[in-house]
Ligand binder design. Sequence first.
Ligand SMILES: Nc1nc2c(ncn2[C@@H]2O[C@H](COP(=O)(O)OP(=O)(O)O)[C@@H](O)[C@H]2O)c(=O)[nH]1
Ligand SMILES: [Mg+2]
Length: 449
Amino acid sequence: MAFNFLQSKMTKAVKKASSKGMLSKENIQDVISEIRIVLLESDVNLKVVNKFIESITEKAIGQVVDVDRTASQTILKIINNELVKILGGEVIEWKKQIESIVMLVGLQGSGKTTTVAKLASFLVNKKKLYKKPLLVALDVYRPAAIDQLEKLSKTLMMDFYAEKNTKDVKKIAKNAIKFAKKNNNDLILLDTAGRLQTDDKLMTELEDIKQLTKPSEIIFVVDSMAGQEILNVAEIFDKKLKLTSAIITKLDSDAKGGAALSLSSAIGLKIMFIGTGEKISNLEIFHPDRQASRMLGLGDIETLTERAREVSNENDQEKMMRKIISGKYDLEDLVESISQMAKMGNLGSVAKMLPGMNINENQINSAEKKMIIYNILISSMTQKEKKNPKILKHPKRKDRVLRGSGRPVQDFNNLLRDFEKSQKQMKEMAKYIKMGKMPNMSGGFNNIK
Ligand SMILES: Nc1nc2c(ncn2[C@@H]2O[C@H](COP(=O)(O)OP(=O)(O)O)[C@@H](O)[C@H]2O)c(=O)[nH]1
Ligand SMILES: [Mg+2]
């Protein structure tokens, strides 16, 4: 998981402290200087480290005048609180506008283009905050950059805007906004160009784009492998563009991550999301408190519980069970079960630890794709058709859904086939349940190929 390096070292330092049971002033100094070294080794900014050490020293020394058994607990709590503060304190909520325009900026290779796709999928498919996003390619200098975003848009089945025969970024940005208005897009994501280092020409270009598009969010994308100089880079971007937040990418790597983690405390730029892999689903909300507990080796029960809840909430299970027994399983239920499969993707290694869930990566990927396609097809159907998909075999109905959804007939046939298969399984399951035997639930979803 994220920040492995810092986490393992920090845990060790804290463990040593708590094993002492009783702490004296000298012991506290020892623990604190050990933590200082860990932070510096992890590439956390020196100013941030000093600020941190100063505040824990002040609080710890004051606290432990009467040395007692709970001293190590007390100091752990102090360290935890200060760490949460350093990491930005609170979770940043996404501010939804009627029409949100979001600009992603950052150095070349930091992960902007990938993150545009991740963010679109997160806000639209997962959080359902928007309905009709538009992905705009404004990195015109490398043709491959446009193609990369185009491909991602296709995978997500989201609108895409680019102009391949001009390098006039200002004109493209203006046209993209015009296009979005006409096209009723409610979320516009601007993928901008980066450089290996900041330069005036790039900054002017980004300022122009900002002027012309008036973004509600300007997000700085930063690679967790970046060194200390990234803080200066972020400051330059912030001065010119007034950044609203940051996203740290590649936290699945074994980067130390300390420089990026210092953004909030060093220059006041709060981290909103973290990228934890190359896949579109690998984007997570940044929780300073959970991150702090992970670093201190206190674990992160909240994230685990939350993810488990996302995958199967009790109410949903009960509802599904009632539907199965009553034989009222319909097309929307099919998509629901497939979407649960897709959500497993976010569970990653956790899913592997749960017994009975032998789902592999391919199944998760194809479930993600299927869910998007099936949702599109189903949104072109009437309530009656969703409840009773048999009537969709009528050519007139089939034609209407195909035209409405713009999907090929093969997708349509796959959906009906999956439904029939799944319905049959549900009937079997109902039989079992009525007989008082519980079948293996995961088997039902696993068989959908
Ligand atoms: N492992 C991993 N790779 C990432 C992540 N985000 C982006 N990448 C990869 O980093 C590389 C550069 O990303 P790209 O989006 O093209 O960066 P850009 O130049 O800022 O647009 C690509 O190979 C991405 O697949 C992440 O969170 N984890
Ligand atoms: Mg790019």
